[in-house]
Design a binder for this molecule. Structure first.
Ligand code: PGA
Length: 255
């Protein structure tokens, strides 16, 4: 059974003062919408604050990136084990902003996912195409290469990751994928996993990300192969973030 997961990616936003009220509201609100699972993915430096304020809530927390190395001379990097020390449950890997702005390859993203799993963190592995790739009908070629790298690095452990399909043209643009476009790709991703890993495909949560708001969440999340949302902008406002979960809490689990 696949539960619905609502994940808030704060990106490089927040402040000690602002986080306090946001987290208090999310902590309270998420506990009243316990039919879905919640996670806040905050800038790493705020994770002690996030841990303190969400500790007794229904909302988990995590980071936005993780090193592909376990420890050592990697200035500026944060290891999977360090995230675990602050109670993190999830970490994003391969967000398109990191793939693009930091030149992260499919192989590096796969290694990061492996590091996360090695300490029991759940990697949220992002995949997705640019507008140009979509227009050139290369959406699934691009995504399959992203999936293949993770599949060959993780093998059977692929079942332990959460995938997030984020069409890059839909991120932060206010233009989400249509339900048809989303289901088409989510279905194709699940079929690809079924072809490579058999029944593991039925266990894997596949989130949709890209301009998810309370007013489009229900249409997207009721799709057969969409098991939750990775939310950027709307996760910075407690009412909007909670509204996304509230709008979908009536259809609960998939399969
Ligand atoms: P958005 O961001 O909801 O602001 O489009 C999604 C993401 O980048 O994860």
């Amino acid at each position: 059974m696949r539960r619905v997961l609502i994940a808030g990616n704060w990106k490089m936003n927040g402040s000690l003062v602002g986080n306090q009220s946001l987290l208090e509201e999310i902590g309270r609100g998420s506990s009243t919408i316990a039919e879905v699972d919640w996670v806040v993915l905050a800038p790493s430096i705020y994770l002690p604050q996030v841990q303190q304020l969400l500790n007794s809530s229904h909302c988990a927390w995590g980071g936005q990136d993780v090193s592909n190395q376990a420890s050592g001379a990697f200035t500026g990097e944060i290891s999977a084990k360090m995230f675990k020390e602050f109670g993190c449950r999830y970490v994003i890997v391969g967000h398109s902003e990191r793939r693009t702005l930091h030149n992260e390859s499919n192989e590096l993203v796969a290694q990061k996912a492996k590091q996360a799993l090695s300490v029991g963190l759940i990697p949220i592995v992002c995949v997705g195409e640019t507008l140009q790739e979509r227009e050139e009908s290369r959406t699934m070629t691009v995504i399959e290469a992203q999936l293949q790298a993770v599949n060959s690095c993780l093998e059977e452990n692929l079942a332990k990751v959460v995938l997030a399909y984020e069409p890059i043209w839909a991120i932060g643009t206010g233009r989400s994928a249509s339900p048809f476009q989303a289901q088409e790709v989510h279905g194709a991703i699940r079929t690809w996993i079924r072809n490579h890993r058999g029944t593991l495909a039925e266990q894997i949560q596949i989130l949709y990300g890209g301009s998810v708001k309370p007013n489009n969440a229900a249409d997207l999340l009721q799709l057969t192969d969409v098991d939750g949302a990775l939310v950027g902008g709307a996760s910075l406002n407690a009412e909007e973030f909670l509204g996304i979960g509230r709008s979908v809490s009536h259809f609960l689990t998939k399969i």
